[in-house]
Design a protein around this ligand. Structure first.
Ligand code: ADP
Ligand code: ADP
Length: 229
């Protein structure tokens, strides 16, 4: 997994300070959960890691490589990461298999190798039998499993999750939470995971970062984080 290293990172939207002086260090393979109220900067932080937002000040390193220093930055496809979204963000015109293949499009793989990897990824999320279905033919939980397969199929060093379970009912949330933890650990990737659900955070995290008004106000293992009972 990537080392994630932020040093004095700040980001504004006009006059809104979305992130202020963030210092953060995550070791390879660790699972970081970002907690905080709406508007506290969680999405901005994860989008900065992904490279779809750039920072105003500070430095971001992933795996020891400088990704963004406020002047130059590497694009998302050069960062060896994948992202999972709240709304799944599957291509509606592609089947489950096609969506997973899409993540491999830039790799120079033979058709046989791509097919083997796709089958393995779909199998790991229990969807081998639904490979030919389109997103609108799948339940919400199944769609998110396709998105998980798409995220892990390329074996990225960093997995980013933006409230991936928020649209699912409680039962499914708990099952998918366990699947995400298992898949991530098996892949060896470092994970950064946004939620506003405290029980989810404490169940998943090696490290919790609490954001408030764009500042990282707490950072540490779950047992060291203050939490409302
Ligand atoms: P969270 O994910 O914790 O809800 P965000 O990172 O989305 O927080 O937002 C942090 C702050 O930045 C908020 O004040 C929000 O209104 C603002 N913000 C986020 N995205 C934009 C944007 N594209 N344009 C202007 N302001 C934004
Ligand atoms: P600076 O003030 O230069 O940002 P830092 O304390 O952030 O100082 O780290 C110094 C340099 O060490 C950084 O520029 C970065 O290249 C490197 N570095 C330190 N820790 C890490 C890490 N865990 N992963 C990647 N690079 C790191």
């Amino acid at each position: 997994g990537h080392t994630v290293h932020l040093r004095q990172v700040s980001k504004h939207y006009g006059r809104t300070a979305a992130l202020t002086d963030i210092d953060l260090h995550v070791e390879p393979g660790q699972f970081l959960v970002l907690l905080g109220p709406s508007g506290s900067g969680k999405s901005t932080l994860i989008r900065t890691l992904a490279g779809v937002e750039h920072l105003d000040r500070g430095r971001l390193h992933l795996g020891g490589t400088l990704m963004d220093d406020g002047r130059r930055r590497l694009p998302p496809e050069r960062r060896d990461l994948a992202m999972v979204f709240q709304d799944y963000a599957l291509w509606p015109h592609l089947t489950a298999a096609g969506n997973v293949d899409y993540a491999l499009r830039r790799r120079k793989l033979t058709a046989a190798e791509a097919g083997r990897r796709r089958a393995e990824a779909l199998d790991r999320v229990g969807l081998a039998h639904l490979a030919g279905r389109y997103p609108h033919e799948l339940s919400g939980g199944e769609q998110q499993r396709v998105a998980l397969a798409r995220a892990v199929v390329g074996n990225p060093r960093l997995l980013l999750f933006d409230e991936p379970l928020s649209n699912l009912d409680a039962d499914l949330r708990e099952r998918l939470r366990v699947e995400i933890a298992t898949l991530t650990r098996q892949s060896g990737a470092t994970a950064v995971y946004i939620t506003h659900d405290q029980s989810e955070a404490f169940a998943l995290a090696d490290v919790i970062g609490v954001l408030d008004k764009g500042k990282l106000v707490q950072l540490g293992p779950p047992e060291a984080i203050y939490h409302d009972p």
